[in-house]
Design a protein around this ligand. Structure first.
Ligand code: CP
Length: 319
Protein backbone atom coordinates (compact mmCIF):
# COMPACT_ATOMS: atom_id res chain seq x y z
CA UNK A 1 0.00 0.00 0.00
CA UNK A 2 1.46 3.39 -0.96
CA UNK A 3 2.63 5.67 1.83
CA UNK A 4 1.46 9.23 1.90
CA UNK A 5 -1.42 11.49 2.73
CA UNK A 6 -3.20 14.66 1.77
CA UNK A 7 -2.90 18.06 3.35
CA UNK A 8 -6.44 19.13 2.45
CA UNK A 9 -9.82 18.24 3.96
CA UNK A 10 -12.03 18.61 0.85
CA UNK A 11 -11.92 17.52 -2.81
CA UNK A 12 -13.04 20.61 -4.72
CA UNK A 13 -11.28 20.27 -8.09
CA UNK A 14 -8.23 18.82 -9.84
CA UNK A 15 -6.69 22.30 -9.68
CA UNK A 16 -6.96 22.22 -5.88
CA UNK A 17 -4.75 19.09 -5.76
CA UNK A 18 -0.97 19.36 -5.65
CA UNK A 19 1.12 17.15 -7.96
CA UNK A 20 1.95 15.08 -4.89
CA UNK A 21 -1.77 14.68 -4.06
CA UNK A 22 -2.48 13.49 -7.61
CA UNK A 23 0.36 10.97 -7.58
CA UNK A 24 -0.70 9.67 -4.16
CA UNK A 25 -4.39 9.32 -5.16
CA UNK A 26 -3.49 7.51 -8.39
CA UNK A 27 -1.00 5.21 -6.64
CA UNK A 28 -3.66 4.35 -4.08
CA UNK A 29 -6.19 3.79 -6.88
CA UNK A 30 -3.74 1.48 -8.69
CA UNK A 31 -3.22 -0.40 -5.42
CA UNK A 32 -6.97 -0.87 -4.92
CA UNK A 33 -7.51 -1.80 -8.59
CA UNK A 34 -4.83 -4.50 -8.30
CA UNK A 35 -6.21 -5.73 -4.97
CA UNK A 36 -9.76 -6.03 -6.35
CA UNK A 37 -8.50 -7.79 -9.49
CA UNK A 38 -6.52 -10.30 -7.41
CA UNK A 39 -9.49 -10.88 -5.06
CA UNK A 40 -7.41 -9.76 -2.07
CA UNK A 41 -9.03 -9.00 1.27
CA UNK A 42 -9.69 -5.26 1.58
CA UNK A 43 -8.84 -3.75 4.96
CA UNK A 44 -11.84 -1.94 6.45
CA UNK A 45 -10.03 1.38 6.78
CA UNK A 46 -13.31 3.28 7.05
CA UNK A 47 -14.98 1.15 9.75
CA UNK A 48 -16.88 3.52 12.03
CA UNK A 49 -16.77 6.35 9.50
CA UNK A 50 -19.95 7.72 7.92
CA UNK A 51 -20.37 8.70 4.28
CA UNK A 52 -23.49 10.46 2.99
CA UNK A 53 -24.15 10.62 -0.76
CA UNK A 54 -25.97 13.85 -1.53
CA UNK A 55 -26.93 13.86 -5.20
CA UNK A 56 -29.03 16.84 -6.32
CA UNK A 57 -28.71 15.62 -9.92
CA UNK A 58 -29.18 12.20 -11.48
CA UNK A 59 -26.32 9.69 -11.59
CA UNK A 60 -25.80 5.99 -12.23
CA UNK A 61 -22.02 5.49 -12.27
CA UNK A 62 -20.76 8.02 -9.72
CA UNK A 63 -23.42 7.46 -7.07
CA UNK A 64 -23.24 3.65 -7.28
CA UNK A 65 -19.47 3.45 -7.39
CA UNK A 66 -19.04 5.80 -4.42
CA UNK A 67 -21.47 3.58 -2.50
CA UNK A 68 -19.64 0.40 -3.54
CA UNK A 69 -16.28 1.96 -2.71
CA UNK A 70 -17.42 3.02 0.75
CA UNK A 71 -18.92 -0.40 1.46
CA UNK A 72 -15.73 -2.19 0.45
CA UNK A 73 -13.81 -0.03 2.93
CA UNK A 74 -16.34 -0.67 5.72
CA UNK A 75 -17.96 2.80 5.94
CA UNK A 76 -21.54 3.37 7.11
CA UNK A 77 -23.34 4.81 4.10
CA UNK A 78 -26.51 6.79 3.57
CA UNK A 79 -27.78 7.81 0.15
CA UNK A 80 -30.00 10.77 0.98
CA UNK A 81 -32.97 10.89 -1.40
CA UNK A 82 -33.22 14.61 -2.17
CA UNK A 83 -36.81 14.30 -3.43
CA UNK A 84 -38.02 13.08 -0.01
CA UNK A 85 -35.62 15.18 2.11
CA UNK A 86 -36.37 18.42 3.95
CA UNK A 87 -34.84 20.30 1.00
CA UNK A 88 -38.39 20.01 -0.39
CA UNK A 89 -39.72 21.91 2.66
CA UNK A 90 -37.43 24.83 1.95
CA UNK A 91 -34.36 23.93 4.01
CA UNK A 92 -31.40 25.77 2.56
CA UNK A 93 -28.12 24.18 1.55
CA UNK A 94 -26.15 25.59 4.48
CA UNK A 95 -28.61 24.16 7.01
CA UNK A 96 -28.78 20.80 5.23
CA UNK A 97 -25.00 20.43 5.20
CA UNK A 98 -24.53 21.49 8.82
CA UNK A 99 -27.38 19.17 9.89
CA UNK A 100 -25.84 16.12 8.21
CA UNK A 101 -22.38 16.87 9.60
CA UNK A 102 -23.80 17.46 13.09
CA UNK A 103 -25.23 13.93 13.14
CA UNK A 104 -21.76 12.56 12.54
CA UNK A 105 -21.14 12.46 8.80
CA UNK A 106 -17.41 12.28 8.04
CA UNK A 107 -17.88 12.90 4.32
CA UNK A 108 -20.52 14.35 2.05
CA UNK A 109 -20.31 13.13 -1.54
CA UNK A 110 -21.98 15.91 -3.50
CA UNK A 111 -23.35 16.31 -7.00
CA UNK A 112 -25.00 19.64 -7.79
CA UNK A 113 -25.75 21.79 -10.82
CA UNK A 114 -24.43 25.03 -9.31
CA UNK A 115 -20.78 26.01 -9.57
CA UNK A 116 -19.09 26.90 -6.31
CA UNK A 117 -21.32 24.67 -4.23
CA UNK A 118 -18.47 22.46 -2.95
CA UNK A 119 -16.57 25.47 -1.66
CA UNK A 120 -19.78 26.92 -0.19
CA UNK A 121 -20.47 23.70 1.70
CA UNK A 122 -16.89 23.46 2.94
CA UNK A 123 -17.15 27.02 4.29
CA UNK A 124 -20.53 26.27 5.92
CA UNK A 125 -18.91 23.37 7.80
CA UNK A 126 -15.85 25.40 8.73
CA UNK A 127 -18.11 28.13 10.20
CA UNK A 128 -19.45 25.70 12.79
CA UNK A 129 -16.20 23.75 13.25
CA UNK A 130 -17.45 20.42 11.91
CA UNK A 131 -14.57 18.40 10.38
CA UNK A 132 -16.55 16.74 7.57
CA UNK A 133 -15.02 16.31 4.11
CA UNK A 134 -16.92 17.55 1.06
CA UNK A 135 -16.13 15.51 -2.04
CA UNK A 136 -17.03 16.83 -5.50
CA UNK A 137 -19.00 14.18 -7.41
CA UNK A 138 -19.83 16.55 -10.29
CA UNK A 139 -20.39 20.29 -9.94
CA UNK A 140 -22.00 22.41 -12.68
CA UNK A 141 -19.64 22.70 -15.63
CA UNK A 142 -16.75 23.36 -13.26
CA UNK A 143 -15.48 19.88 -12.61
CA UNK A 144 -15.84 16.18 -11.93
CA UNK A 145 -12.44 15.37 -10.41
CA UNK A 146 -13.05 11.72 -9.56
CA UNK A 147 -14.13 11.07 -13.18
CA UNK A 148 -10.83 12.53 -14.41
CA UNK A 149 -8.89 10.48 -11.86
CA UNK A 150 -10.62 7.27 -12.98
CA UNK A 151 -10.00 8.17 -16.62
CA UNK A 152 -6.31 8.67 -15.84
CA UNK A 153 -6.19 5.37 -13.92
CA UNK A 154 -7.79 3.59 -16.89
CA UNK A 155 -5.09 4.94 -19.22
CA UNK A 156 -2.18 4.34 -16.84
CA UNK A 157 -3.28 0.72 -16.37
CA UNK A 158 -3.92 0.23 -20.09
CA UNK A 159 -0.44 1.47 -20.99
CA UNK A 160 1.23 -0.23 -18.01
CA UNK A 161 2.51 3.00 -16.49
CA UNK A 162 2.86 4.30 -12.97
CA UNK A 163 1.43 7.70 -11.98
CA UNK A 164 5.02 8.98 -11.76
CA UNK A 165 5.61 7.96 -15.39
CA UNK A 166 2.36 9.69 -16.36
CA UNK A 167 0.96 9.96 -19.88
CA UNK A 168 3.87 11.62 -21.71
CA UNK A 169 3.97 10.93 -25.45
CA UNK A 170 0.22 10.28 -25.74
CA UNK A 171 -2.15 12.48 -27.71
CA UNK A 172 -5.75 12.76 -26.59
CA UNK A 173 -8.57 14.46 -28.46
CA UNK A 174 -11.72 15.42 -26.56
CA UNK A 175 -14.59 15.55 -29.02
CA UNK A 176 -18.02 17.19 -28.94
CA UNK A 177 -19.78 19.38 -26.38
CA UNK A 178 -16.74 20.46 -24.37
CA UNK A 179 -18.20 23.81 -23.30
CA UNK A 180 -20.86 22.27 -21.03
CA UNK A 181 -18.77 19.32 -19.84
CA UNK A 182 -17.40 19.17 -16.30
CA UNK A 183 -15.64 15.95 -17.32
CA UNK A 184 -13.73 17.83 -20.04
CA UNK A 185 -12.80 20.59 -17.58
CA UNK A 186 -11.29 18.16 -15.07
CA UNK A 187 -9.64 16.01 -17.73
CA UNK A 188 -8.11 19.01 -19.51
CA UNK A 189 -6.33 19.88 -16.26
CA UNK A 190 -5.40 16.37 -15.15
CA UNK A 191 -4.29 14.86 -18.47
CA UNK A 192 -2.12 17.90 -19.19
CA UNK A 193 -0.51 17.69 -15.75
CA UNK A 194 0.20 14.00 -16.39
CA UNK A 195 2.02 14.95 -19.61
CA UNK A 196 -0.51 14.06 -22.32
CA UNK A 197 -0.93 16.35 -25.33
CA UNK A 198 -4.54 17.49 -25.60
CA UNK A 199 -6.70 18.75 -28.45
CA UNK A 200 -10.34 19.85 -28.55
CA UNK A 201 -12.67 19.37 -31.48
CA UNK A 202 -16.40 20.00 -31.75
CA UNK A 203 -19.06 22.42 -32.98
CA UNK A 204 -17.77 25.99 -32.58
CA UNK A 205 -20.57 26.99 -30.19
CA UNK A 206 -19.80 23.96 -28.00
CA UNK A 207 -16.11 24.77 -27.57
CA UNK A 208 -14.94 26.65 -24.46
CA UNK A 209 -13.63 30.21 -24.71
CA UNK A 210 -10.02 30.19 -25.96
CA UNK A 211 -8.85 32.14 -22.87
CA UNK A 212 -9.74 29.22 -20.60
CA UNK A 213 -7.40 26.79 -22.32
CA UNK A 214 -4.68 28.73 -24.17
CA UNK A 215 -2.32 25.73 -24.25
CA UNK A 216 -4.80 23.26 -25.77
CA UNK A 217 -4.97 23.11 -29.57
CA UNK A 218 -8.23 22.92 -31.51
CA UNK A 219 -8.99 20.85 -34.55
CA UNK A 220 -10.72 22.38 -37.54
CA UNK A 221 -13.25 19.61 -38.21
CA UNK A 222 -13.18 15.99 -37.14
CA UNK A 223 -10.54 14.86 -39.66
CA UNK A 224 -7.97 17.37 -38.42
CA UNK A 225 -9.14 17.05 -34.82
CA UNK A 226 -8.51 13.30 -34.69
CA UNK A 227 -5.28 13.26 -36.72
CA UNK A 228 -2.50 11.63 -34.71
CA UNK A 229 -4.71 10.89 -31.69
CA UNK A 230 -3.88 7.85 -29.55
CA UNK A 231 -7.03 8.35 -27.48
CA UNK A 232 -10.35 9.97 -28.37
CA UNK A 233 -12.87 10.91 -25.68
CA UNK A 234 -16.45 11.35 -26.91
CA UNK A 235 -18.85 13.65 -25.10
CA UNK A 236 -22.64 13.71 -25.26
CA UNK A 237 -24.63 16.92 -25.80
CA UNK A 238 -25.23 18.12 -22.26
CA UNK A 239 -28.76 19.42 -22.69
CA UNK A 240 -29.31 19.79 -18.95
CA UNK A 241 -26.73 22.59 -18.84
CA UNK A 242 -27.93 24.49 -21.94
CA UNK A 243 -30.29 27.42 -21.64
CA UNK A 244 -31.11 27.78 -25.34
CA UNK A 245 -30.97 24.20 -26.56
CA UNK A 246 -28.19 22.53 -28.54
CA UNK A 247 -28.52 24.56 -31.75
CA UNK A 248 -28.18 21.46 -33.92
CA UNK A 249 -30.01 18.16 -34.34
CA UNK A 250 -28.77 14.79 -33.11
CA UNK A 251 -28.34 13.78 -36.75
CA UNK A 252 -26.19 16.86 -37.47
CA UNK A 253 -24.09 16.22 -34.35
CA UNK A 254 -23.42 12.66 -35.46
CA UNK A 255 -22.81 13.74 -39.05
CA UNK A 256 -20.23 16.35 -38.02
CA UNK A 257 -18.70 15.01 -34.83
CA UNK A 258 -19.92 11.44 -34.30
CA UNK A 259 -17.33 8.73 -33.66
CA UNK A 260 -17.59 5.48 -35.60
CA UNK A 261 -15.19 2.90 -36.99
CA UNK A 262 -15.19 5.05 -40.13
CA UNK A 263 -14.33 8.39 -38.51
CA UNK A 264 -11.81 6.76 -36.15
CA UNK A 265 -9.71 6.08 -39.26
CA UNK A 266 -8.70 9.75 -38.99
CA UNK A 267 -6.94 8.90 -35.69
CA UNK A 268 -3.84 6.72 -35.21
CA UNK A 269 -4.33 3.06 -36.14
CA UNK A 270 -5.63 1.22 -33.07
CA UNK A 271 -6.61 4.46 -31.30
CA UNK A 272 -8.64 4.04 -28.14
CA UNK A 273 -12.14 5.35 -27.43
CA UNK A 274 -13.25 6.70 -24.09
CA UNK A 275 -16.57 8.09 -22.91
CA UNK A 276 -17.52 9.13 -19.37
CA UNK A 277 -21.11 7.95 -19.88
CA UNK A 278 -24.02 7.99 -20.11
CA UNK A 279 -23.80 7.20 -23.83
CA UNK A 280 -26.27 8.35 -26.45
CA UNK A 281 -25.75 5.76 -29.16
CA UNK A 282 -25.97 7.13 -32.66
CA UNK A 283 -25.52 10.74 -31.46
CA UNK A 284 -21.93 11.20 -30.25
CA UNK A 285 -20.81 7.60 -30.87
CA UNK A 286 -21.90 4.69 -32.99
CA UNK A 287 -23.02 1.74 -30.85
CA UNK A 288 -20.80 -0.79 -32.59
CA UNK A 289 -17.70 1.30 -31.82
CA UNK A 290 -18.75 1.79 -28.19
CA UNK A 291 -19.11 -1.99 -27.85
CA UNK A 292 -15.86 -2.85 -29.67
CA UNK A 293 -13.55 -3.88 -26.82
CA UNK A 294 -10.56 -3.75 -29.20
CA UNK A 295 -10.94 0.05 -29.21
CA UNK A 296 -13.35 0.96 -26.47
CA UNK A 297 -12.24 1.55 -22.87
CA UNK A 298 -15.72 2.59 -21.78
CA UNK A 299 -16.40 -0.40 -19.52
CA UNK A 300 -12.82 -0.21 -18.18
CA UNK A 301 -13.55 3.39 -17.17
CA UNK A 302 -16.68 2.25 -15.34
CA UNK A 303 -14.73 -0.53 -13.60
CA UNK A 304 -11.97 1.89 -12.53
CA UNK A 305 -14.59 4.08 -10.85
CA UNK A 306 -14.69 1.77 -7.85
CA UNK A 307 -10.95 1.63 -6.96
CA UNK A 308 -10.56 5.32 -7.76
CA UNK A 309 -13.33 6.24 -5.33
CA UNK A 310 -11.94 3.81 -2.77
CA UNK A 311 -8.67 5.73 -3.03
CA UNK A 312 -10.41 9.08 -2.67
CA UNK A 313 -12.47 7.95 0.33
CA UNK A 314 -9.46 6.31 1.96
CA UNK A 315 -7.25 9.36 1.42
CA UNK A 316 -9.80 11.93 2.53
CA UNK A 317 -11.46 9.93 5.32
CA UNK A 318 -8.96 7.62 6.99
CA UNK A 319 -7.96 8.78 10.45
N1 CP B 1 -19.79 9.83 -15.74
C1 CP B 1 -20.75 10.10 -14.85
O1 CP B 1 -20.63 11.00 -14.02
O2 CP B 1 -21.84 9.28 -14.93
P1 CP B 1 -23.11 9.39 -13.98
O3 CP B 1 -23.81 10.68 -14.30
O4 CP B 1 -23.96 8.18 -14.31
O5 CP B 1 -22.64 9.38 -12.56
Amino acid sequence: MPNGGLSRLHLDSIASLSDGDIIYLLELAQYYAASLKAGKKIEKHLAGRTQINLFFETSTRTNSSFELAGKKLGADIIKLPIQSSSVQKGENLRDTVQTLAAMGADALIVRHREEGVIRFMAEALSEVGLPCAVINAGEGTKGHPTQALLDALTLLNHFGRTPQQGLKGLRMTICGDIRHSRVAASNAELMTRLGAELRFVGPAHMLPDEDFYPAISRGNGLKQGLAGADIVMALRIQLERMEDGPGLSNQDYFQGWGLSHQTMQYAKPGALIMHPGPINRGVEIDGTLADDRNHSLILDQVAMGVPTRMAVLDAFLSE
